[in-house]
Design a protein around this ligand. Sequence first.
Ligand code: AMP
Length: 187
Amino acid sequence: MTRLLLIGTPGAGKGTQAARLAEAFGIPAISTGDIFRANVKNETELGRQAKAFMDRGEYVPDTLTNALVRDRLSQEDAKNGFLLDGYPRTADQVTELDHILAEQGEALDAVVQLTADTDEVVRRLLNRAIEQGRADDTEEVIRHRLDVYEEQTAPLIEVYSARNLVREVDGLGAVADVTERILSALK
Ligand code: AMP
């Protein structure tokens, strides 16, 4: 299992699990959210363009996001596999990822869908707001991000289910238990 996607609502624990899975499989965890945040922090042109969308809890436009992922996947450390965390999130991004992989003669091995109920997710994100001070972790923006996920990203599960790639995993519980669940779902 070397070419993986992690899909789930904001606050489902994707980032935490992505780091652990990447370690277990010896592949890079690639989080578009982390890359955007690093660009905002370093005040790059991409960061400047992405920031307004991120602060509102909107998706960054596909053209920017797709270019970023295409560039990242072309790097040497992603040649033998990768775990994409938080990409693709729109139908257009699914199409772009299909193109990128087809050009390299590669295909996805699995899509891990991490589930968590809404109240728990909002609670976790409000906690993270206190701990990390993320600009997009206010309650209003959190609710909006959940709506955007439902509207634009949840339908992608169907697309990947039709390709028999989806492994649904309960994201609630201790971090290590969730990792174990994911690893056994991928066996
Ligand atoms: P995350 O850390 O994955 O929750 O991402 C934080 C924010 O970055 C999102 O709310 C979006 O504004 C932006 N972002 C991250 N990944 C994507 C993506 N695949 N498509 C569009 N916007 C994204």
